[in-house]
Design a protein around this ligand. Structure first.
Ligand SMILES: [Mg+2]
Length: 272
C-alpha cells in the first residue's frame, strides 16, 4: 500500500527570500537551491538538504504537491525529485494527473460550488467596493474559482480583514491572510477533498500532510499525521490538533524539518 504525502508548498516546503527567516551568521547559512524563477528572477528556494530529502521522499511515497497556486503559478516551480503523478492546484479546484487537469474532478468541484456558496462575482464586487486603494496593490481572480488581493501589510487595517472574514463566512467563503496576500476562497473548495480523491485513486492507506496557513487546516485535519511550521497563520493562532505536530523551526529550516519527518514516518510505516 502506498503512503500518500500531501504537502502545501509556499512557506511549507519552498520559501521566497523574504520568508527564509535565516537567523544564523551568514557564513553558517545553509546552501540554498532556487526552485522557482519568475520573470527571469529567482523567486523560491529550499535548502540543498531539503532538496535531497524531497528526492528520497519522491522515491518512497506518493508525493502530492498541494497548493492554492493556480496551475500556471504551480507549473513554473521546478521541484527536485521524480515528477509527481498527482498535483493539487487552486486549493483543490484542479487535480493534475501527469500535469493535465482531470476534467471529471474539476466538473465535480464546480457543481459543489454552484450548490453550496455565494458566486465569485459577489465576492469580487465586495472586495472592489470595500478594499482601500491606499493599501491594495492588485485585485486578482484565480482560475475563475476564488479571489485574492496583493496588499501593503504595513498599511493594511487588520480590522478590515476581520470584517471581511465575517462577511465571507455568511456566504460560505473563507478568508486567509498569507504574507502580502489576502485570499477569499469558497469553503467547499478544499485541499482535503482533492487529497481524498488521490487517496481513493492510489489506494493509499496512510496520508501525511503539512501546511502553514488557514487554508491548510482542513488538509491537516484530514491526514493521519501532520506537521505545521513555527511560522505562519496556523502558528500565529496556536492552532493544533491531536495528530498534528507543531514544529519549533521557522522559515526555510522548517521546510527541511518537515521533509525529514515525512521521510522518517514513511520509512517506519513501510518497515511494519
Ligand atoms: Mg503555505
Amino acid at each position: 500500500m502506498p503512503v500518500l504525502v500531501a504537502s502545501d508548498l509556499d512557506r511549507t516546503l519552498i520559501y521566497s527570500a523574504a520568508a527564509l527567516a535565516l537567523t544564523m551568521p551568514d557564513a553558517r547559512a545553509p546552501r540554498l537551491l532556487c526552485v522557482e524563477v519568475h520573470e527571469s528572477k529567482p523567486l523560491s528556494y529550499m535548502t540543498e538538504t531539503a532538496a535531497q530529502l524531497l528526492t528520497d521522499l519522491g522515491d518512497t511515497a506518493v508525493f502530492v504537491p498541494t497548493t492554492t497556486r493556480t496551475r500556471k503559478q504551480y507549473q513554473r516551480i521546478n521541484l527536485p525529485g521524480p515528477p509527481p503523478t498527482y498535483a493539487i492546484c487552486a486549493n483543490g479546484g484542479h487535480l493534475l494527473v501527469d500535469g493535465v487537469s482531470d476534467r471529471d474532478w474539476h466538473a465535480r468541484v464546480l457543481a459543489r460550488l454552484a450548490d453550496e456558496c455565494a458566486p465569485l462575482s459577489e465576492v469580487q464586487e465586495h472586495l472592489l467596493r470595500t478594499a482601500d486603494p491606499v493599501w491594495v496593490r492588485k485585485h486578482r481572480v484565480a482560475e475563475d474559482l476564488f479571489a485574492y488581493l496583493v496588499v501593503e501589510r504595513e498599511l493594511l487595517r487588520e480590522e478590515w480583514v476581520k470584517e471581511l472574514a465575517v462577511w465571507a463566512e455568511n456566504r460560505g467563503w473563507t478568508v486567509s491572510l498569507q504574507g502580502r496576500k489576502i485570499y477569499a476562497v469558497p469553503k467547499p473548495l478544499t485541499k482535503s477533498a482533492a487529497v481524498r480523491e488521490v487517496a481513493r485513486r492510489t489506494g493509499a492507506d496512510l496520508t501525511l500532510a503539512a501546511g502553514d496557513s488557514l487554508l491548510d487546516a482542513d488538509l491537516l485535519l484530514a491526514a493521519d499525521q501532520g506537521w505545521r511550521p513555527g511560522h505562519g497563520e496556523l502558528a500565529d493562532a496556536d492552532w493544533t490538533a491531536p495528530a498534528i505536530s507543531a514544529l519549533p523551526e521557522r522559515g526555510v529550516l522548517a521546510g527541511e524539518r518537515i521533509l525529514r519527518e515525512f521521510l522518517r514516518t514513511v520509512r517506519s510505516a513501510r518497515s511494519q
